[in-house]
Design a protein around this ligand. Structure first.
Ligand code: HEM
Length: 345
């Protein structure tokens, strides 16, 4: 009969075997995170080591976009949720180790509605990239490139993506709740969170423009339809026609929890600047969206972006570069990671 120590060493063996099997995909703690020196991101980071990288990722994103256009919003949101928790280090992609009590980020409550298509995009792209440039490209960079590809495929701007991110090893569900904004957040709350990531008021308004496509579940806005902020009334800042149609899909009680509504009623799959015009017309879906129009600090920019698509596209490209750099350019975060390197999922 095997002793407890031999059974634990055989389970260790099994775990290392499983890890070896999955190390080339993004659900495992990735090998490219081993170096601890600070890094500068650059557009030509892989120019020598994987020159065809963007073409490889592009072949996956264009195919996925044809087969399932929801892959676009899914991947951009995935990138946002990755960057806001532990920085842009692909920690959102790590799976909880079977049997572990510590849940990984992706299993946090706030990440339950991240669509599978975003994860699938990165996993397919990573497999292709690994087959051509083994052990070179981080999952975090692949996610950043894929997000940009989808913005462009859906009609938005094409911007160069700086690369050189490391993949993180720490992924904890407990870090998620206070780092991801909620649908009922006021501007003060949204601003506080964005500021804590080094993002300014303008970035908040501009990045929220990603809600120009994609969908939200009823639970994210149902209180606006019936009992807004503790009243027994709907949100007065919602157009009555939108209110009526959303109420049909989302009853106050007993609705189907899978039902979603488009952020942009007119062009739900197009990346354009309609989001801002919608806010002006009281057609924002989440309270956090509509608040951008009611708050005097953010309203002037909402009005400007609603009038000027090019301005939005330029500002969005710049803001995505800023968001894509969270936690990757300074040495501080590496120190933090080393301190906690025993805290793995
Ligand atoms: C500013 C504060 C923000 C709040 C409160 C917020 C909240 C939400 C919520 C509640 C959903 C719906 C989730 C669901 O029901 O499935 C959602 C979806 C989405 N968010 Fe945000 N978000 C914010 C900022 C951002 C940013 C900065 C980005 C990207 C740059 C982003 C991209 C998206 C996209 C593309 C979707 C649609 C996802 C899909 O259809 O699969 N959001 N967001």
């Amino acid at each position: 009969m095997p002793s407890s120590s031999s059974s634990s060493s055989s389970s260790n063996f099994l775990l290392s075997f499983l890890f070896a099997l999955t190390a080339s995909n993004c659900a495992a703690k990735n090998v490219s995170s081993s170096s601890s020196s600070p890094r500068q991101l650059s557009v030509d980071y892989y120019a020598k080591t994987c020159p065809q990288l963007e073409l490889l990722v592009g072949s996956i994103t264009s195919q996925q976009f044809k087969e399932a256009p929801v892959s676009g919003p899914a991947t951009i949101r995935l990138f946002f949720h990755d960057c806001f928790v532990e920085g842009c280090d692909a920690s959102i992609l790590i799976s909880t180790t079977p049997g572990s009590k510590v849940l990984a980020e992706k299993d946090a409550e706030d990440n339950q509605d991240l669509r599978a298509e975003g994860f699938q995009t990165v996993s397919k792209a990573k497999a292709l990239v690994e087959s051509r440039c083994p052990g070179v490209v981080s999952c975090a960079d692949i996610l950043a490139i894929a997000a940009r590809d989808y913005v462009h495929l859906a009609g938005g701007p094409y911007y160069p993506v700086k690369k050189g991110r490391r993949d993180g090893k720490i992924s904890m569900a407990s870090r998620v709740p206070y780092n991801i904004p909620r649908a009922n957040f006021t501007i003060d709350q949204q601003l506080k969170l964005f500021n804590s990531k080094g993002l300014a008021l303008q970035d908040l308004v501009v990045l929220s423009g990603a809600h120009t496509f994609g969908f939200a579940h009823c639970k994210q806005f149902v209180s606006r339809l019936y009992t807004f902020r503790g009243t027994n009334q709907p949100d007065p800042d919602m157009d009555p026609r939108l209110l009526k149609s959303l109420r049909m899909s989302c009853p106050q009680l007993g609705g189907n929890s899978d039902i979603v509504a488009p952020f942009d009623v007119t062009t739900p799959f197009l990346f354009d600047h309609a989001y801002y015009g919608n806010l002006e017309a009281k057609l924002g879906l989440l309270a956090s969206d509509q608040a951008l129009f009611s708050d005097p600090r953010t309203k002037p920019l909402v009005l400007q972006l609603g009038k000027d698509k090019q301005k939005f596209f330029q500002a969005f490209s710049a803001a995505m570069e800023k968001m894509g750099s969270i936690g990757v350019e300074t040495g501080t975060r590496q120190g933090e990671k080393r301190r906690e390197s025993n805290m793995q999922t």
